[in-house]
Write a protein that binds this ligand. Sequence first.
Ligand code: C5P
Length: 225
Amino acid sequence: MKCAAIVAAGGSGSRLNPDTPKQLLPFGGCPLFLWSVNVFLKVKRITEIAVAVPADRIAQFQQAAQGIPNILWATGGVRRQDSVRAGLRATSSDLDVVLVHDAARPLITPQLVDLLIDTAHQYGAAIPVTPVTETLKAVLHSRVVRTLDRSGIFCAQTPQAFHREMLQRVFESVPPEQNWTDEASMLEFLGLPVAVIPGDRRNIKITYPEDFQYAECLLGQTSKE
Ligand code: C5P
Protein backbone atom coordinates (compact mmCIF):
# COMPACT_ATOMS: atom_id res chain seq x y z
CA MET A 1 0.00 0.00 0.00
CA LYS A 2 1.24 3.52 -0.83
CA CYS A 3 0.23 6.49 1.27
CA ALA A 4 0.98 10.21 1.47
CA ALA A 5 0.83 12.69 4.31
CA ILE A 6 -0.24 16.27 3.69
CA VAL A 7 0.88 18.65 6.41
CA ALA A 8 -1.21 21.83 6.49
CA ALA A 9 1.26 24.49 7.56
CA GLY A 10 -0.15 27.33 5.49
CA GLY A 11 -1.77 29.38 8.24
CA SER A 12 -0.47 32.73 9.47
CA GLY A 13 -0.58 31.56 13.10
CA SER A 14 -1.02 35.19 14.04
CA ARG A 15 -2.75 34.42 17.35
CA LEU A 16 0.62 33.29 18.66
CA ASN A 17 3.20 35.52 17.04
CA PRO A 18 2.54 38.29 14.53
CA ASP A 19 5.97 37.95 12.87
CA THR A 20 6.57 34.23 12.46
CA PRO A 21 3.92 31.58 11.73
CA LYS A 22 3.61 29.22 14.70
CA GLN A 23 4.55 26.26 12.49
CA LEU A 24 8.08 27.69 12.28
CA LEU A 25 8.45 28.53 15.96
CA PRO A 26 10.92 26.38 17.92
CA PHE A 27 9.38 23.52 19.87
CA GLY A 28 11.47 20.95 21.72
CA GLY A 29 14.57 21.79 19.71
CA CYS A 30 13.18 22.09 16.17
CA PRO A 31 10.56 24.04 14.23
CA LEU A 32 7.06 22.94 15.19
CA PHE A 33 6.02 21.64 11.75
CA LEU A 34 8.97 19.22 11.58
CA TRP A 35 7.67 17.13 14.48
CA SER A 36 4.85 15.64 12.47
CA VAL A 37 7.02 15.42 9.32
CA ASN A 38 9.52 13.34 11.32
CA VAL A 39 6.79 10.99 12.55
CA PHE A 40 5.45 10.50 9.01
CA LEU A 41 8.99 9.69 7.86
CA LYS A 42 9.00 6.76 10.31
CA VAL A 43 5.87 5.18 8.83
CA LYS A 44 7.01 2.82 6.05
CA ARG A 45 3.78 2.93 4.05
CA ILE A 46 4.04 6.73 3.69
CA THR A 47 5.98 7.26 0.49
CA GLU A 48 5.29 10.99 0.01
CA ILE A 49 5.05 13.96 2.36
CA ALA A 50 3.62 17.24 1.07
CA VAL A 51 3.84 20.38 3.20
CA ALA A 52 1.62 23.36 2.34
CA VAL A 53 3.18 26.62 3.52
CA PRO A 54 2.36 30.33 3.22
CA ALA A 55 3.35 31.65 -0.22
CA ASP A 56 5.72 34.26 1.20
CA ARG A 57 7.48 31.81 3.54
CA ILE A 58 8.51 28.93 1.28
CA ALA A 59 12.24 29.72 1.48
CA GLN A 60 12.10 29.89 5.29
CA PHE A 61 10.36 26.52 5.54
CA GLN A 62 12.75 24.93 3.07
CA GLN A 63 15.70 26.28 5.04
CA ALA A 64 14.22 24.86 8.26
CA ALA A 65 13.81 21.44 6.61
CA GLN A 66 17.30 21.26 5.14
CA GLY A 67 18.60 17.72 5.24
CA ILE A 68 15.14 16.14 5.20
CA PRO A 69 14.80 14.35 1.87
CA ASN A 70 12.01 14.60 -0.69
CA ILE A 71 9.50 16.95 0.88
CA LEU A 72 6.93 18.08 -1.71
CA TRP A 73 6.34 21.78 -1.14
CA ALA A 74 2.96 23.30 -1.93
CA THR A 75 1.84 26.91 -1.81
CA GLY A 76 -0.82 27.29 0.87
CA GLY A 77 -4.00 29.26 0.33
CA VAL A 78 -6.14 31.73 2.23
CA ARG A 79 -8.22 29.04 3.93
CA ARG A 80 -7.05 25.74 5.43
CA GLN A 81 -8.95 23.80 2.77
CA ASP A 82 -7.08 25.72 0.03
CA SER A 83 -3.76 24.70 1.57
CA VAL A 84 -4.83 21.06 1.87
CA ARG A 85 -6.03 21.03 -1.73
CA ALA A 86 -2.67 22.42 -2.87
CA GLY A 87 -0.94 19.71 -0.84
CA LEU A 88 -3.14 17.05 -2.41
CA ARG A 89 -2.29 18.35 -5.88
CA ALA A 90 1.41 17.94 -5.07
CA THR A 91 1.00 14.22 -4.34
CA SER A 92 0.90 11.35 -6.88
CA SER A 93 -2.49 10.23 -8.16
CA ASP A 94 -1.83 6.49 -7.72
CA LEU A 95 -1.74 6.53 -3.90
CA ASP A 96 -4.12 4.41 -1.86
CA VAL A 97 -4.53 6.54 1.27
CA VAL A 98 -3.73 10.16 2.10
CA LEU A 99 -3.50 11.61 5.57
CA VAL A 100 -4.22 15.26 6.21
CA HIS A 101 -2.60 16.73 9.28
CA ASP A 102 -2.43 20.09 11.09
CA ALA A 103 1.18 21.20 11.44
CA ALA A 104 0.06 22.66 14.77
CA ARG A 105 -0.26 19.14 16.25
CA PRO A 106 3.32 17.99 16.90
CA LEU A 107 2.61 15.09 19.27
CA ILE A 108 1.36 12.38 16.94
CA THR A 109 2.75 8.84 17.02
CA PRO A 110 3.51 6.26 14.30
CA GLN A 111 1.02 3.93 16.05
CA LEU A 112 -1.84 6.44 15.64
CA VAL A 113 -0.88 6.99 12.00
CA ASP A 114 -0.72 3.25 11.26
CA LEU A 115 -4.14 2.62 12.80
CA LEU A 116 -5.62 5.49 10.77
CA ILE A 117 -4.18 4.09 7.55
CA ASP A 118 -5.57 0.61 8.26
CA THR A 119 -9.01 1.95 9.21
CA ALA A 120 -9.23 4.30 6.21
CA HIS A 121 -8.10 1.51 3.92
CA GLN A 122 -10.98 -0.60 5.20
CA TYR A 123 -13.74 2.04 5.49
CA GLY A 124 -12.69 4.84 3.11
CA ALA A 125 -12.20 7.51 5.76
CA ALA A 126 -11.01 7.53 9.38
CA ILE A 127 -10.42 10.22 11.98
CA PRO A 128 -9.21 10.17 15.60
CA VAL A 129 -11.65 11.51 18.19
CA THR A 130 -11.60 12.12 21.94
CA PRO A 131 -14.64 12.38 24.19
CA VAL A 132 -15.66 15.85 25.36
CA THR A 133 -14.93 16.07 29.09
CA GLU A 134 -16.28 19.50 29.96
CA THR A 135 -19.88 20.60 30.35
CA LEU A 136 -21.04 22.38 27.20
CA LYS A 137 -22.97 25.65 27.37
CA ALA A 138 -24.73 27.55 24.62
CA VAL A 139 -24.01 31.23 25.31
CA LEU A 140 -25.63 34.32 23.78
CA HIS A 141 -24.87 37.94 24.71
CA SER A 142 -22.71 36.84 27.69
CA ARG A 143 -25.50 34.71 29.16
CA VAL A 144 -25.95 30.98 29.30
CA VAL A 145 -28.83 29.94 27.09
CA ARG A 146 -28.73 26.26 27.93
CA THR A 147 -26.53 23.25 28.69
CA LEU A 148 -25.96 20.92 25.78
CA ASP A 149 -26.09 17.15 26.06
CA ARG A 150 -22.49 16.05 25.65
CA SER A 151 -23.19 12.35 25.32
CA GLY A 152 -22.12 11.26 21.87
CA ILE A 153 -20.09 14.47 21.34
CA PHE A 154 -16.40 14.09 20.48
CA CYS A 155 -13.50 16.35 19.51
CA ALA A 156 -11.97 15.62 16.10
CA GLN A 157 -8.19 15.51 15.78
CA THR A 158 -5.83 15.09 12.87
CA PRO A 159 -4.35 13.23 11.03
CA GLN A 160 -7.49 12.37 9.10
CA ALA A 161 -7.09 9.57 6.56
CA PHE A 162 -8.94 9.00 3.27
CA HIS A 163 -8.80 6.96 0.11
CA ARG A 164 -6.94 9.38 -2.12
CA GLU A 165 -9.33 9.13 -5.02
CA MET A 166 -12.31 9.80 -2.76
CA LEU A 167 -10.73 12.88 -1.17
CA GLN A 168 -10.01 14.23 -4.64
CA ARG A 169 -13.65 13.73 -5.66
CA VAL A 170 -14.85 15.31 -2.41
CA PHE A 171 -12.84 18.48 -3.05
CA GLU A 172 -14.41 18.66 -6.51
CA SER A 173 -17.94 18.12 -5.18
CA VAL A 174 -18.38 20.38 -2.14
CA PRO A 175 -19.41 24.03 -2.54
CA PRO A 176 -16.07 25.86 -2.77
CA GLU A 177 -17.35 28.99 -1.07
CA GLN A 178 -18.10 27.12 2.18
CA ASN A 179 -15.48 27.07 4.94
CA TRP A 180 -14.47 23.64 6.24
CA THR A 181 -12.46 23.28 9.43
CA ASP A 182 -11.55 19.67 8.63
CA GLU A 183 -11.80 17.27 5.69
CA ALA A 184 -14.19 14.86 7.44
CA SER A 185 -16.87 17.58 7.51
CA MET A 186 -16.78 17.71 3.70
CA LEU A 187 -17.49 13.97 3.55
CA GLU A 188 -20.31 14.35 6.07
CA PHE A 189 -21.82 17.10 3.90
CA LEU A 190 -21.84 14.68 0.96
CA GLY A 191 -23.32 11.87 3.08
CA LEU A 192 -20.17 9.75 2.97
CA PRO A 193 -19.29 7.64 6.03
CA VAL A 194 -16.35 8.52 8.27
CA ALA A 195 -15.02 5.91 10.73
CA VAL A 196 -13.54 6.93 14.07
CA ILE A 197 -10.65 5.57 16.10
CA PRO A 198 -9.68 6.57 19.65
CA GLY A 199 -7.70 9.81 19.51
CA ASP A 200 -4.78 10.66 21.76
CA ARG A 201 -5.35 13.25 24.53
CA ARG A 202 -1.73 14.31 24.07
CA ASN A 203 -2.30 15.15 20.41
CA ILE A 204 -3.23 18.75 21.20
CA LYS A 205 -3.47 21.55 18.66
CA ILE A 206 -1.17 24.42 19.53
CA THR A 207 -3.22 27.57 19.26
CA TYR A 208 -2.35 29.87 22.19
CA PRO A 209 1.05 30.61 23.83
CA GLU A 210 0.28 28.45 26.87
CA ASP A 211 -0.40 25.49 24.55
CA PHE A 212 3.30 25.54 23.66
CA GLN A 213 4.25 25.16 27.34
CA TYR A 214 1.69 22.41 27.89
CA ALA A 215 2.87 20.53 24.78
CA GLU A 216 6.50 20.81 25.94
CA CYS A 217 5.46 19.17 29.26
CA LEU A 218 3.68 16.40 27.36
CA LEU A 219 6.75 15.96 25.19
CA GLY A 220 8.90 15.50 28.31
CA GLN A 221 6.52 12.81 29.59
CA THR A 222 6.30 11.05 26.23
CA SER A 223 10.08 10.84 25.86
CA LYS A 224 10.32 9.19 29.31
CA GLU A 225 7.84 6.43 28.34
O1 C5P B 1 -5.89 28.07 12.33
P1 C5P B 1 -5.93 26.64 12.77
O2 C5P B 1 -5.09 26.40 14.01
O3 C5P B 1 -7.27 26.03 12.85
O4 C5P B 1 -5.17 25.84 11.61
C1 C5P B 1 -5.06 24.45 11.62
C2 C5P B 1 -3.95 24.05 10.68
O5 C5P B 1 -4.26 24.45 9.35
C3 C5P B 1 -2.60 24.73 11.05
O6 C5P B 1 -1.58 23.77 11.02
C4 C5P B 1 -2.46 25.79 9.98
O7 C5P B 1 -1.11 26.06 9.62
C5 C5P B 1 -3.19 25.16 8.80
N1 C5P B 1 -3.69 26.18 7.86
C6 C5P B 1 -3.26 26.13 6.54
N2 C5P B 1 -3.66 27.11 5.66
C7 C5P B 1 -4.45 28.11 6.06
C8 C5P B 1 -4.92 28.16 7.40
C9 C5P B 1 -4.51 27.16 8.29
O8 C5P B 1 -2.52 25.21 6.17
N3 C5P B 1 -4.80 29.05 5.20
